[in-house]
Design a protein around this ligand. Structure first.
Ligand SMILES: CCCCCCCCCCCCCCCC(=O)SCCNC(=O)CCNC(=O)[C@H](O)C(C)(C)COP(=O)(O)OP(=O)(O)OC[C@H]1O[C@@H](n2cnc3c(N)ncnc32)[C@H](O)[C@@H]1OP(=O)(O)O
Ligand SMILES: NC(=O)C1=CN([C@@H]2O[C@H](COP(=O)(O)OP(=O)(O)OC[C@H]3O[C@@H](n4cnc5c(N)ncnc54)[C@H](OP(=O)(O)O)[C@@H]3O)[C@@H](O)[C@H]2O)C=CC1
Length: 515
């Protein structure tokens, strides 16, 4: 019997960010392994014209929850969506709902965050710092609360090269930042943002570091733990391999490469690709929830959920495997054949951006205009280049994260728990994982039918022929122009032609002699 699954039985669990990528995988695993849990409260905001109920219905009826419905047929009754906006005071939760949450919650998993790299500092502070503080305040009023698990990121201290499982304080106290966001206007915030974030690359990593400080300030009063995952990728094994449903992190670039938009990337092939599958993060999170509640460590423990130090893979290897998978299983209606060159040089990057990204987009838009359609490729390409520039920081560096607490926790689990809540990244086979990841992107994110693979391959063949034809035509035009303008080019051309003629004559003569 799994001690962890048993622990969650009969419990009331509060999850923020349950509609997000990680939150959904967390909920799924909880329902599947502990179907006798009392209730999962999820804080949800109405979005994109959907009510709370519609959002929950959509999640529960997705492919991800297929196994859950077999194990826990009354899952609809065990999920309680509470209308909440983490940007609002008291999260805009009704009095009645708040009372219920305060009275019954046993465990909190705080996953909600803004993960956008370019978010305005005011908004990033509101969600990643102030909301965390408010949730901690709520937690302190919960008589039954056994553990509060905060999901941070391994990149909260990406300004350091070696990162231990400790909090590294930021120079300005979170409280001062929260206060200043209330009265400073946007223009001033824009001006001070670079100074505040210092040597971090964006407001996301900075505000996640502030969020950790806020959590640490509550240690002693509450039973807390922080989890720091690196780059969360598609699921490895559970509930099935390759599940992913958003374009964050590497997923977007995998799509862009498969569709032939991304042709070159400024990335260091030997830099560690510190990817971690979503199900490993979730298994560790649930194990940490159990350990924090049952063993009540004296201080707030931080757990690194990373792969680099235990089972490293690099971006070069990842890129090759992604492309190799697209050879076998291409995406439909690609713009160009998948190919992504890695370069570390700034000049080469600019060159490839012009030749492989911007030029084809301009030519295609010209074709769209000619055929009376609306041009769109240049806009799309500009967005991709902007995204690339935001991600470049993470694909040109390597970090070392110590994992003492994570390894300690693994040693505390029973063999059954080590199996059911497996977070041992050493068991992961990267080539197999990346292949399933790419397949998952095709099936679950893009919702492409596997029956369309022969047609997709045919389409790539057509693109290859167009590519050869285009290059030959381009070469001939360039050569013709050169010959018309340069005596040297003409001499070279005559030399080649006469050489070929002589060679052919010699060949013909020698074959006649043999006969
Ligand atoms: C051969 C293969 C090699 C593979 C090689 C992989 C290397 C891959 C390294 C990753 C390294 C991350 C390491 C951080 C690890 C954390 O801890 S961070 C957590 C994850 N967070 C993120 O990834 C958020 C990053 N995204 C952003 O911040 C914003 O989307 C951006 C990049 C600033 C773009 O903002 P924006 O211009 O306002 O655009 P937005 O509305 O967000 O999206 C516009 C379009 O871009 C698309 N898009 C968004 N993100 C992406 C993306 N990552 N890629 C492509 N398209 C994207 C959207 O789908 C959208 O398309 P449409 O729906 O309009 O058709
Ligand atoms: N993805 C990754 O690579 C990594 C993620 N992490 C951390 O993991 C956690 C989960 O990330 P992930 O699942 O990828 O992120 P997602 O962007 O997929 O999910 C974010 C969640 O937060 C919710 N949320 C955002 N704003 C509000 C709001 N104002 N009120 C209520 N809910 C809100 C979103 O709700 P809605 O659906 O309504 O938008 C969504 O459920 C985050 O803390 C992130 O920092 C850490 C390392 C890497």
């Amino acid at each position: 019997m799994s001690m962890i699954a048993d622990f969650y039985g009969g419990k009331s669990i509060l999850i923020t960010g349950a509609t997000g990528f990680l939150g959904k995988v967390l909920m799924e695993k909880l329902f599947r392994t502990s179907p006798d849990l009392r209730v999962i409260y999820i804080l949800v905001r109405p979005k994109a014209g959907q009510t709370l109920q519609q959002r929950v219905f959509q999640i529960l009826n997705s492919k991800l929850f297929e196994k859950v419905k077999e194990v826990c047929p009354n899952v609809h009754e065990k999920i309680r969506a509470i209308s909440a906006d983490l940007n609002q005071n008291d999260f805009a939760i009704s009095m009645q709902d708040m009372q219920e949450l305060l009275s019954y919650t046993d465990i909190i998993f705080h996953c909600a965050a803004t993960v956008r790299f370019d978010d305005h500092l005011r908004h990033a502070v509101q969600l990643n710092v102030t909301a965390t503080q408010q949730l901690l305040l709520m937690a302190s009023q919960m008589p039954n609360l056994k553990a509060f698990i905060h999901i941070s990121t391994a990149f909260s201290n990406c300004n350091l090269k070696h990162i231990d499982e400790v909090i590294y304080p930021c120079p300005v106290e979170p409280k001062k930042i929260i206060d200043s966001m209330e009265w400073l206007d946007d223009a001033i915030i824009d001006e001070i943002t670079p100074k505040l974030i210092g040597d971090r690359p964006n407001t996301y990593t900075y505000t996640k570091a502030l969020g950790e400080m806020v959590v640490q300030q509550e240690s002693g009063k509450l039973n807390l733990a922080i989890i720091r995952p690196s780059i969360v990728g598609a699921t490895w094994q559970e509930p099935f391999p390759g599940w992913v449903d958003n374009v964050n992190g590497p997923t977007g670039l995998i799509v862009a490469a498969g569709k032939g938009f991304l042709r070159s990337i400024r990335a260091t092939p030997m830099a560690v690709a510190d990817l971690i599958p979503a199900d490993i993060v979730v298994n560790l999170t649930l194990a940490v929830g159990w350990y924090t509640a049952v063993h009540r460590p004296k201080s707030t423990l931080i757990y690194h959920c990373t792969s680099g130090n235990l089972n490293p893979c690099n971006w070069g290897k990842m890129g090759i495997q992604v492309l190799a998978t697209f050879e076998k299983i291409p995406l439909e209606r690609a713009f160009r054949r998948p190919k992504a060159d890695f370069t570390t040089n700034n000049v080469t990057t600019q060159y490839w951006n012009a030749v492989s990204h911007r030029a084809p987009a301009i030519i295609y838009d010209f074709y769209l205009r000619l055929t009376g359609r609306k041009p769109r490729m240049t806009k799309l390409m500009n967005r991709l280049l902007r995204t690339l520039s935001m991600l470049e920081y993470f694909i040109n560096r390597s970090w070392e994260w110590s994992t003492y607490n994570t390894e300690m926790l693994m040693s505390k689990l029973s063999p059954e728990d080590q199996r059911v809540f497996n977070f041992d990244v050493r068991q992961l086979n990267w080539l197999e994982y990346i292949e399933n990841y790419v397949l998952g992107v095709k099936k679950y994110l893009l919702k492409e039918d596997m029956a369309g693979i022969p047609e997709a391959k045919q389409h790539l063949k057509r693109l290859r022929n167009i590519h050869y034809l285009f290059n030959t035509a381009l070469f001939l035009i360039a050569w013709r122009l050169l010959i018309a303008r340069s005596q040297v080019a003409r001499n070279v051309w005559f030399f080649i032609v006469s050489f070929c003629y002589k060679f052919l004559s010699y060949f013909r003569a020698s074959s006649t002699l043999k006969v």
